[in-house]
Design a protein around this ligand. Structure first.
Ligand SMILES: Cc1cc2nc3c(=O)[nH]c(=O)nc-3n(C[C@H](O)[C@H](O)[C@H](O)COP(=O)(O)OP(=O)(O)OC[C@H]3O[C@@H](n4cnc5c(N)ncnc54)[C@H](O)[C@@H]3O)c2cc1C
Length: 504
């Protein structure tokens, strides 16, 4: 069978499904190809304010109102209660000494709670990917995207006027003749293998492994009195020397949990042994062990020997990789979704006409620069997991950059935040790189702490790094009003934006 289309999107996770929907809305004929079927287990679940903003932008720019409910917890619950989802009011971090119960003092030096939204209605979400990705593929098909599941591609042949993808579907040969291919198959994916793309090293990032599963009957992690939001209604991070654990609760009784750890820690915890590794981890984290004491995994544990990955080959004349196929750093800071959505926005612009070499090359440079900036920051966070004060200070670089970017975009001033983590903003981007390199190279911590404070000050619109708050950061709109000038705005403009976006 030969199928013809202008664009082939390979990989039907949320990234590929959204890319296919957008291309279709641009009037292109599109085939969406996956080697698997839906619904299926997928990891990568936690959204952020920037993720949801980029999703909203896709919905608005490409006339896809059916995506809008997924940008917020409240709308999602009303419109699509059957699609699994978790409530994410912010980022909760707890610092553990291995072998001991978690405890903290009144200065709250071993925890960090950063609220991302003022109330549940407008909160972020965890996407239950089995449901969510399947729904999006259905939406893509409703728009006229031709979907081919269970299709294993085995050859990529490029000529001057087309690409032919060859493979097999249900034991029969299949062929797709298309003008352009977008690879949305994730790290070490389809084109990486078919084209023999080169691997490249991510800056400052240690080699890490992951072990994860979905669970039922996970208990409660207690919230102290006066917390900015119930700590479990968040992405919960348990950090310790050499690694960290995530716990994400969904509204369908399932909890996603897993660990990412450097080589030494992964080995000492025997993560490669799956269930035995998880038990070994819980032995070392007694407070978490209590929370998981009655739990049962609902799928096999997945061990990922090497989590981080990057290729430098991002584009060709007739193909491009989504950022999620270009590379992956770590689940820490939930950067996979926003990078994927930014990539879809950028590729959509390129595919509105025939992309020139210069445009493709600009896409490549931007994608790699953003991935590298994430890698530097996460690498520095790994290097400081035994020093929670430094770890907390480093996270403020992330929180300052993303809250500034979100507000700038919502104020319709995208020129203030043209890249993820503001990596191409001269002073902030460069200083972030220097700070992260200094941390990884063991620089003096007091100097680093002072430099972080100075670096975030010009973009701090969220009242971050305020010692008086003792590591609890609720959403306080006065911080935003007080920082209006940093966004080239007035208090009145900010108020109007908050009303327009229903955030007030
Ligand atoms: C442990 C872990 C935790 C993460 N947590 C987060 C998080 O909390 N927040 C966040 O923002 N990001 C997170 N990420 C990153 C996130 O998973 C990715 O950004 C996201 O899954 C990308 O979505 P996608 O649709 O592009 O690709 P994927 O979800 O990887 O989907 C790829 C699709 O391609 C198909 N496929 C693969 N190979 C082929 C092939 N050869 N031919 C045809 N089809 C193929 C697969 O069947 C699949 O359907 C995490 C990643 C990991 C590893």
């Amino acid at each position: 069978m030969e199928h013809r289309a202008e664009i082939a999107v390979v990989g039907s996770g949320f990234g590929g499904a959204l890319m296919a929907m957008v291309a279709r809305q641009m009037g292109r004929t599109v085939v969406l190809i996956d080697r698997g079927t839906h619904p299926r287990f997928a990891i990568g679940e936690s959204s952020t304010p920037l993720t949801n903003l980029f999703l909203q932008q896709l919905a608005e720019q490409f006339d896809l109102p059916q995506l809008l409910p997924f940008r917020r917890w409240g709308e999602w619950q009303r419109e699509f209660p059957a699609i699994g989802c978790g409530l994410k009011r912010g980022f909760s971090f707890f610092h553990h000494n291995l072998g001991r119960d978690f405890s903290d003092d009144e200065k709250r030096q071993r925890q960090l709670l950063v609220a991302a939204s003022p109330r549940d209605e407008v909160a972020d979400t965890h996407w239950f990917r089995a449901d969510f990705d399947q729904h999006l593929v259905g939406e893509a098909q409703r728009l006229g995207v031709e979907y081919f599941d269970r299709t294993e591609l085995t050859a990529f042949c490029e000529t001057t006027d087309a690409v032919t993808l060859r493979g097999e579907r249900e034991g029969e040969p299949v062929e797709f003749r298309v003008g352009f291919v977008v690879d949305a198959t994730g790290p070490r994916g389809c084109l990486f293998r078919l084209l023999g793309l080169a691997k490249r090293k991510l800056p400052s990032m240690p080699s890490t492994s992951g072990l994860f599963a979905h669970f039922r009957n996970v208990g409660v992690w207690p919230s102290a009195e006066g917390v900015p939001y119930p700590v479990e209604n968040a992405a919960v991070h348990h950090v310790f020397n050499g690694g960290w654990v995530w716990v994400l609760k969904f509204n369908n009784g399932i909890t996603s949990a897993g660990i990412a750890a450097n080589e030494t820690r992964a080995k000492s915890l025997r993560l490669g042994e799956g269930r035995a590794g998880w038990d070994c981890l819980l032995d070392q984290l007694p407070s978490l062990a209590k929370q998981f004491s009655g739990s049962t995994p609902v799928n096999d544990f997945v061990f990922a020997r090497t989590l981080s990955y990057s290729t430098g080959d991002v584009v060709g004349r007739r193909w491009a990789l989504l950022p999620s196929a270009v590379g992956f750093v770590d689940p820490l800071l939930s950067t996979g979704f926003p990078l994927t959505l930014l990539g879809i926005q950028r590729l959509a612009k390129l595919l509105s006409a025939w992309p020139s070499e210069t445009e493709l090359s600009a896409y490549r440079c931007k994608t790699l620069a953003e991935l590298d900036q994430v890698s530097r920051l996460v690498g520095a966070l790994y290097a400081s997991m035994d020093d929670f004060e430094l770890f907390t200070a480093l996270t403020q670089l992330y929180f300052a950059a993303v809250s500034f970017s979100e507000t700038a975009h919502r104020l319709a001033k995208p020129e203030l935040a043209g890249s993820f983590l503001l990596c191409d903003r001269t002073a902030f981007g460069q200083a972030t790189r220097e700070i992260c390199e200094a941390v990884v190279n063991g620089a003096r911590r007091n100097e680093v702490l002072a430099k972080i404070a100075a670096t975030i000050e010009p973009i701090n619109v969220a009242g971050l790094a305020d010692q008086a708050k003792r590591n609890w950061y609720p959403v306080d709109l006065d911080d935003l009003f007080g920082a209006a000038a940093k966004l080239d705005s007035t208090e009145a403009e900010i108020r109007e934006m908050l009303l327009r976006e229903q955030l007030l």
